[in-house]
Write a protein that binds this ligand. Structure first.
Ligand code: PHE
Length: 345
């Protein structure tokens, strides 16, 4: 037992001295370990010594070392609590939110005008019972032309300057290719809408090598041009406003007979004549017609029993009219200065 009380007093003093310079809970933890770690701590080692103490002195020895251990633990716990409190206050101070600071403006994303118009058209047609069929952008010559009554050497092929990938495959020039796929696979009644990108070697202010079309096809018993006209009137009123009317002009497409070009009464001037309608009071918006009997037959549909109409809308053209844009490229350049002005809200 000789010297134990000196040893304990020395440790006690060491703890008291050392604690004065501790400035964080982490430092308290580290300092505490040098005494209380059961293996390497100074008090821990004294506990381990127990086995070498003669039996008669064991009880006294144990009591004294334990007392020191309890005292030291209390010191450290108290110090630790004080440090944690201090650290918490510091954190509160540092993380304080200045609610008087101006907020950062959150600019939400928006759908592209072409997508907005496409969605609007899909909504209108879906409410009339049309289903959406999305075809492929790479088509065969057969689906894009031949089956649409436009065989090789047909002069109407010149109406669309085509990007051929091989002799057989091409980038579709019109969503009309989808008509054939649908009619081959579905028995009438058919009522589909086929939106998608199409490609033509054509490039100026109002034409782009890539643009979007929305094809519509209805096949059933007794469908006539009047059904087309009736549907178009509803469509243009929903897009351009209540008073809008349509006018059909004779035209030519190989896959429709008769074929028409559809004009809407100018929504800018109401038909009086202005810059937008070039003084005519009318604006051309789409091509359409009664499905050519030959096309029905090629798809295995009995043309004596069934008839249909089809139409194709150029979506960029519609967007240009709606937003008063005179260059189609503005719709593809993703320039925020332009796009932020074309917001529907
Ligand atoms: N496919 C034609 C074009 O791209 C448009 C059209 C579609 C015409 C359907 C009539 C019927 O010019």
């Amino acid at each position: 037992m000789n010297g134990l009380s000196e040893k304990l007093s020395a440790i006690k003093q060491e703890i008291l001295d050392g604690m004065e310079s501790l400035d964080s809970s982490k430092a308290v933890y580290e300092f505490k370990k040098t005494f209380l770690d059961s293996k390497n701590g100074k008090i821990g080692q004294l506990m381990k010594e127990m086995k070498n103490i003669p039996p008669a002195e064991k009880a006294e020895y144990g009591k004294n070392v334990n007392a020191l251990k309890t005292w030291a633990t209390e010191q450290f716990d108290e110090m630790d609590a004080r440090m944690k409190e201090k650290e918490l206050l510091l954190r509160y101070e540092n993380e304080k939110i200045d609610i008087s600071m101006p907020a950062q403006k959150i600019v939400p994303g928006n759908l592209h005008p072409i997508t907005l118009i496409k969605n609007q058209l899909i909504d209108i047609f879906a409410s009339m019972g049309f289903e959406v069929f999305e075809g492929a952008e790479i088509e065969t010559d057969y689906y894009n032309f031949t089956a649409l009554n436009t065989p090789q050497d047909h002069p109407a092929r010149d109406m669309q300057d085509t990007f051929y990938l091989t002799q057989e495959f091409l980038l579709r020039t019109q969503t009309s290719a989808g008509q054939i796929h649908v009619m081959e696979n579905t028995a009438p009644p058919i009522k589909i809408l086929s939106p998608g990108r199409v490609f033509r070697s054509d490039d100026d202010a109002t034409h782009s090598p890539m643009f979007s079309q929305m094809e519509g096809l209805v096949v059933d018993k007794g469908i006539t041009l009047c059904d087309l006209k009736g549907m178009l009137d509803v469509l243009v009123q929903k897009i351009f406003g209540e008073g809008t009317t349509t006018r059909l002009r004779p035209s030519y497409f190989p896959f429709t007979e008769p074929s028409v070009e559809v004009d809407v009464s100018c929504f800018e001037c109401g038909g009086k004549g202005c810059k937008l309608c070039k003084g005519t009071g009318w604006i051309e918006v789409l091509g359409a017609g009664v499905v050519n009997k030959k096309v029905l037959e090629v798809c295995g549909i009995d043309s004596d029993e069934y008839s249909g109409f089809a139409f194709g809308i150029g979506i960029e053209r519609l967007a240009m009219l709606k937003y008063g844009i005179n260059n189609i490229k503005l719709l593809f350049e993703s320039d925020m200065r332009v796009l932020s002005q074309l917001n529907d809200d």
